[in-house]
Ligand binder design. Structure first.
Ligand code: PLP
Length: 439
């Protein structure tokens, strides 16, 4: 007999803390049993009970082409047949670095790592080593992975659980992180006025998408960089989530053709750059990047960095992601977010659609119906409306991110059939959101 999701979760909880290997997967904020997935193809995922769902999580971002795209699977299979891990240089690593550098002007050198957490952690060490300063500025609700200094008022799982940070982070380390409200240049000016000569770097999501989606106000990224540079600090633009997803050159690419074009010192990438395999990267100014070992004094290393099978998936994904893929992502994002918004309006649920390129999410309630620009705004919403909405969609065979504080992810494989299934599920979900009451 095939085990049910309930049985699999019970067994997992006895073997793995909370039954999961990353907290948001546990469904804590929406309740119920996580689905144990066994396969994925195109816009669909299938659970252990054999049930298929239209997927709007996309592996938390990487699957822009859709799941198990034959071009990516073929590249991975070919690479795996030649050996899984060499612990040595490969031609493919340079190819991937060149692909990124050709697309993204500020990236003059690129170092591959395995996770977004490693990328941001290493970028911060590099910024500290380069400037000889210690203090880091981040923004409330921005998530940059789970390294010690970054778990202060972070988004993603921490927003979901409303934790102020994390146990196990020494106070002395947290004290080196200054947390400011997002989109608030006055707060940035004040921080530099008070601590300017101690600030090594500002780290910022290029467009925030880990507290739900909160795009930067026009010119925010550019002015942030000007303020930092005037004070001798670097800016790390974190594109782990937005990179190669919102355009071929990420969020930087979207703004680079506007009057708000900006040039960060360092950038971080993850998710799409590995096409579903563990690849992430930090890149940027050659003079800064060349402070990394073996050229410079800032140490950074990894047994699996540039793993040949993972790099093959990344190259195949980036090469396949042509203009038609980004057009499809934009079109599907508009269709789905418009349909959700219309269904909520039809049931009288006050809400706003939050968009950053093809990333989107929703905030609920009259107080936020004109949209939000920071973490305080996100937290003002009627978050209790999301769980019943989520479960109604899941019951109808649509898998959404299991938290209101996460972006929704579409893929280029979401065709009319998949979108039709989403649209058909919406009226009942909107009714569930309308009748929700605070706990
Ligand atoms: N930075 C951003 C903007 C992210 O969205 C994430 C993960 O969601 C990370 C960093 C951490 O990446 P990883 O989960 O690969 O460690």
């Amino acid at each position: 007999m095939t085990p049910t999701n309930d049985e699999l979760f019970a067994r997992a909880q006895a073997a793995i803390p909370g039954g999961v290997n990353s907290p948001v997967r546990a469904f804590r904020s929406v309740g119920g049993t996580p689905r144990f997935l066994v396969s994925a193809r195109g816009p669909y995922v299938t659970d252990a009970e054999g049930r298929e769902y239209v997927d709007l999580v996309a592996g938390w971002g990487p699957a822009i082409l859709g799941h198990a795209d034959p071009r990516v699977i073929g590249a991975v299979t070919d690479a795996a047949a030649r050996g899984l891990s060499f612990g040595s240089s490969t031609p493919a690593e340079t190819e991937l670095a060149e692909l990124v550098e050709q697309r993204i002007g500020p990236v003059e050198r690129l170092r591959l790592v395995s996770t977004g957490t490693e990328a941001t952690m290493s970028a911060i060490r590099l910024a500290r080593g380069f400037t000889g300063r210690d203090v880091l500025v981040k923004f409330a609700g921005h998530y940059h992975g789970h390294s010690d200094g970054l778990l202060a008022e972070a988004g993603s799982g921490l927003a979901t659980f409303a934790l102020p940070g994390s146990a196990g982070v020494p106070a002395d380390i947290a004290a080196l992180t200054l947390v400011l409200p997002y989109n608030d240049l006055d707060a940035v000016r004040a921080a530099f006025a008070e601590h300017g000569d101690r600030i090594a770097a500002v780290i910022v999501e290029a467009a925030a998408a880990n507290m739900g989606v909160v795009p930067p106000l026009p010119g925010f990224n550019r002015e942030l960089i000007e303020l930092a540079h005037a004070n001798g600090s670097l800016v790390i633009s974190d594109e782990v989530l937005t990179g190669f997803r919102v355009s071929a050159a990420g969020w930087w690419g979207l703004e680079s053709t506007t009057e708000y074009a900006y040039t960060p010192d360092l950038m971080t990438f993850g998710k799409v750059i590995g096409g579903g395999m563990p690849v992430a990267a930090l890149g940027g100014r050659a003079d800064v990047m060349e402070q990394l070992a073996p050229l410079g004094p800032v140490y950074q290393a990894g047994t699996l960095s540039g793993n040949p099978v993972a790099v093959a998936a990344g190259i195949a994904t980036l090469r396949a992601a042509d203009a038609s893929v980004y057009d499809a992502l934009d079109r599907t994002a508009a269709t789905v977010s418009d349909a959700v918004s219309a269904a909520l309006s039809a049931e009288g649920v006050a809400h706003a659609v939050q968009r950053a390129g093809s990333l989107f999410s929703f905030v609920f309630g009259d107080d936020v119906a004109s949209g939000v620009t920071d973490y305080a705004g996100v937290q003002r919403q009627e978050a209790f409306r999301y769980a019943p909405f989520f479960h109604a969609m899941l019951d109808a065979g649509v898998s959404l991110p299991p938290s209101v504080f996460e972006a929704w992810f579409v893929t280029a494989a979401h065709d009319d059939t998949a979108i039709g299934r989403i649209v058909d599920a919406l009226p009942a979900a909107a009714r569930a959101a309308a009748s929700a009451r605070p706990a």
